[in-house]
Design a protein around this ligand. Structure first.
Ligand SMILES: Nc1ncnc2c1ncn2[C@@H]1O[C@H](COP(=O)(O)OP(=O)(O)OP(=O)(O)O)[C@@H](O)[C@H]1O
Length: 249
């Protein structure tokens, strides 16, 4: 069974995946997800945190409708635009279009002419709008991918490790930009990461996954407002996290 009905405005993202197993032509099976259930409330930023290979990307692919071979169900939040946006590790920009064209092409017709000055400013892209993807560093390309996702004013935003393979200074800068752009319009968001400090900086709650097959070990609520998450406060959060989840790094 596989049910992807959207639900009423204000409803959370509800995930209830009974099982996802990959079967190779040679008959080898890998069960990636087993009894994976969680919710993300409307307007909440949640991180899916789990060890490498536990099934995080598999979960996102199912929620994005890219993989329908699973048992269970999920419900996407509906409301406002009712749109879904995704940011992947690969920025996936069209190479023959400028940054601005890449962003505008993602917009529904009625929004194509919208003023994007604020968004480009917040993401430090004001001077890069007419550049082509080949002229961008990886960090700039990732910012363009974030701009494209937020420009669509989605009801649900999925992010799959959007800051991996960046040097730490660049990644930190991008995390701050993400917080600023997200805070201007808090969007229900689910981000996959295996970086605990990143999850503590960005999220309202962290959904902690067990090693494969992924299921929820527990939830860590980050109750501190984002602007108060100084390095010292983050160290305290890390300590509380480790008390609640000993052995999870
Ligand atoms: N198409 C596929 N065919 C067979 N096995 C797969 C396929 N895709 C993923 N897997 C397996 O499913 C498991 C979960 O993979 P997944 O990519 O979801 O993990 P992940 O938590 O996102 O890992 P990482 O943090 O390293 O990106 C892994 O054991 C992986 O090898």
């Amino acid at each position: 069974m596989n049910d992807t009905r959207p639900v009423g405005a204000g409803a959370p993202l509800r995930v209830d995946i009974a099982e996802k197993t990959f079967r190779s032509a040679q008959g080898v099976s890998v069960t990636a997800l087993k009894n994976l259930s969680f919710e993300v409330r409307q307007g909440e930023f949640a991180c899916l945190l789990g060890p490498s290979g536990c099934g995080k990307t598999t979960t996102l692919r199912i929620l994005l409708g890219l993989d329908r071979q699973f048992s269970g169900s999920f419900q996407l939040p509906e409301g406002g635009s009712n749109r879904i946006a995704a940011v992947f590790q690969e920025p996936t920009l069209l190479p023959w279009r400028t940054v601005e064209q890449n962003v505008r092409l993602a917009l529904p017709k009625g929004l194509r002419a919208k003023n994007l000055d604020g968004l480009f400013d917040t993401l430090g892209l004001a001077g890069m709008r007419s550049l082509y993807p080949a002229e961008l560093s990886l960090g700039l390309a990732r910012r363009a991918a974030l701009a494209r996702a937020f420009a669509t004013e989605p009801a649900m935003l999925f992010l799959d490790e959007p800051f991996v393979s960046l040097d730490e200074r660049t990644a930190e800068r991008l995390r701050h930009m993400l917080v600023t752009v997200w805070s201007a319009r808090p969007t229900t968001a689910l981000m996959v990461t295996h970086n605990l400090t990143e999850a503590l900086m960005l999220s309202d709650r962290i959904i902690v996954l067990a090693p494969r097959p992924a299921h929820v070990l527990g939830i860590f609520d980050v109750r501190l407002p984002r602007q108060q998450r100084s390095p010292e406060a983050t160290s305290d959060l890390l300590r509380s996290f480790h008390q609640q989840f000993p052995g999870v790094t």
